[in-house]
Design a protein around this ligand. Structure first.
Ligand SMILES: N[C@@H](CCC(=O)N[C@@H](CS)C(=O)NCC(=O)O)C(=O)O
Length: 119
């Protein structure tokens, strides 16, 4: 079972690399503003999780250089559990200007949020 998961994971990464989406282009100032806003966000994820790949692909298509955090690392996993309440990925950690943190689960909700905010 573990070996099948491993092979499927590698296959997902390979297909993702082959069919990588073309990033949206925008004016340099707009991109800089977006990059700055993204500094307050991080995507907690597993490298080969299909839902995480879906979010990464959407972010790439929107040209959003989103920081990714490996939720398999014990410290990160603990941060996810403490902050979001569940060991489930993908989860977008969003910190607002007052320092309040929101943990957003569900790939579709994350993609929708990024689309609403940045496109
Ligand atoms: N409906 C969720 C599914 C996410 C999901 O099932 N993630 C798996 C990894 S592929 C997970 O975190 N499983 C651990 C768990 O549920 O405890 C989404 O679209 O984000």
């Amino acid at each position: 079972m573990k070996i099948i998961r491993l092979i499927l994971g590698k296959l997902i990464l390979l297909l993702n690399a082959i069919f990588s989406p073309k990033p949206q282009q925008r004016a340099q100032e707009d991109q800089q503003r977006i990059n700055q806003a993204l500094e307050s966000m991080a995507l907690y994820q597993f490298e080969t999780c299909p839902f995480c790949v879906k979010v990464r692909r959407a972010a790439k298509k929107m040209n959003l250089p989103l920081e990714t955090v490996d939720a398999k690392q014990p410290d990160n996993e603990q941060a996810l559990l403490n902050g979001g309440g569940k060991r489930k990925v993908p989860c977008l950690r969003i910190e607002n200007e007052s320092g309040e943190v929101t943990w957003m689960y569900e790939s579709n909700d994350i993609i929708h949020y990024l689309e609403q905010r940045f496109t």
